[in-house]
Design a protein around this ligand. Structure first.
Ligand code: AVI
Length: 320
C-alpha cells in the first residue's frame, strides 16, 4: 500500500505512555503553556464541534456548504471520472456528500483521529452511497498512514474542507501541503476550504458564541485530561478566551486561569499565575492571494478559487 508521509519527524508512541500524556506534560511546561488543538477531538469534543457547526454565529460551515453546493459540478469536472477522494480530518463526513453526489464513480478514503465518530459517520454514508467504495483510516492526519488499496489506479484528489488548514500556522500549512503533494502524487488535485480575513467583530462572535458551545469545546480539553490522565483540574477555576490577533492574522483560543493555583495531573503539579493562559488553538485566516502564494510555495498550482457573495469563505482547487 502507498504510504501517506505527512510527518517525517513523527515517532511511534511509547508503549504505556500515550502521545496525549507526553504532549500534555511537554505543553504545560512551556513558558507559554500550549496544548495541540488536535486533542479537542475525542468523542465528546467531536460532538461539541458538530454543535459549533450549527451555531448561528459560526458562519464557516454553512457558507462553505453553500459554495460546495454551487460548484459541485465544477469540482466533479476538476476531479474527473474514477477519482479517489481522500479527506483529511473527515469528522462527520457531511460535506463530502455534496461532492460524492456530483462525481462519477468515486472512491472515498476518510482519515480522522476520532475513530468511533468516523466509523459511525461512514456507516451512515454507506447507506446513501452504496456503490462508492469506502475505506476509513483512523489516524492523526499529520502522521504517516498506509493508504488503502481501493485508491489504486485512481487519480487522487485531496479534500480538506472547513478551514482545518487554518489550525496550522502558515509554516505548518505549507509543510502539510508539500507532504500531501508527495503523497497524492503527480497529477493529483486538492480541494481546500480556507476561511477568509474579515471584520474582526464577525470573527469574535464566531468564536465566542452566546450559547457557550465553543467555551465547552475548549474546556473539554481539561475535562479530557481529567478523564484520561487522572487529572484533578477544577474546571470552575478556568475560562474560555478567544480573540482575533490581527498582526498574526488568526483567531487564538486560550484557556485562562481565574486565580493563582496549582493543579495535579497524573501525579505531577503544574502552577498557574492568575490570568495565565494555555494556548489551545490558532485559526489562521487568509486573503485569496495569500493562500495561493502559500500553495505555490508548497508545489501546487492554484487553478481556481470559489467564494460566497459576502467573501466570508473560500474553496481553492489546486493541481500538480
Ligand atoms: C476545525 N477548525 C477549522 C475550527 C476553527 O474554526 O478553527 C475549530 C474551532 N475552534 C473553535 N470553533 C471552531
Amino acid at each position: 500500500a502507498a504510504m501517506l508521509r505527512l510527518d517525517p519527524d513523527a515517532l511511534p508512541p511509547v508503549e504505556g505512555r500515550s502521545a496525549f500524556y507526553d504532549d500534555v506534560m511537554r505543553g504545560l511546561t512551556l513558558r507559554q503553556k500550549t496544548l495541540p488543538a488536535k486533542y479537542f477531538y475525542d468523542t465528546e469534543g467531536s460532538r461539541l464541534f458538530d454543535r459549533i457547526c450549527e451555531l448561528p454565529e459560526y458562519y464557516p460551515t454553512r457558507t462553505e456548504i453553500g459554495i460546495l453546493r454551487d460548484h459541485a459540478d465544477d469540482i466533479a469536472a476538476f476531479a474527473g471520472e474514477k477519482a479517489a477522494l481522500i479527506e483529511f480530518g473527515s469528522g462527520s463526513s457531511t460535506k463530502v456528500r455534496l461532492l460524492l453526489g456530483a462525481m462519477r464513480h468515486p472512491a472515498y478514503v476518510p482519515i480522522d483521529i476520532s475513530g468511533e465518530h468516523m466509523i459511525e459517520a461512514v456507516e451512515r454514508l454507506r447507506l446513501d452511497y452504496p456503490d462508492v467504495p469506502m475505506h476509513p483510516v483512523e489516524t492523526d492526519f499529520t502522521q504517516d498512514a498506509a493508504l488503502p488499496t481501493i485508491i489504486s489506479g485512481r487519480r487522487r484528489i485531496g479534500f480538506f474542507p472547513g478551514s482545518t488548514i487554518g489550525n496550522f500556522t502558515p509554516d505548518q500549512a505549507e509543510a502539510f501541503l508539500r507532504r500531501a503533494a508527495g503523497t497524492l502524487g503527480a497529477g493529483a488535485g486538492f480541494v481546500v476550504g480556507v476561511d477568509l480575513k474579515k471584520d474582526p467583530a464577525v470573527l469574535h462572535a464566531a468564536y465566542n458564541d452566546r450559547q457557550g458551545v465553543t467555551a465547552a469545546f475548549n474546556l473539554n480539553l481539561l475535562a479530557r485530561i481529567n478523564r484520561e490522565l487522572h487529572g484533578e483540574i477544577d474546571l470552575a477555576h478556568f475560562r474560555h478566551l478567544a480573540f482575533y490577533n490581527a498582526a498574526a492574522g488568526r483567531v487564538e483560543m486560550h484557556i485562562e486561569s481565574l486565580k493563582r493555583q496549582r493543579v495535579r495531573i497524573a501525579g505531577d503539579m503544574f502552577a498557574f499565575r492568575n490570568g495565565e493562559t494555555i494556548h489551545t488553538e490558532n485559526s489562521c485566516k487568509y486573503a485569496v492571494d495569500e493562500f495561493q502564494a502559500l500553495a505555490k510555495r508548497a508545489g501546487w498550482h492554484p487553478e481556481v478559487c470559489f467564494t460566497d457573495a459576502d467573501k466570508l469563505f473560500s474553496v481553492h482547487l489546486l493541481a500538480r
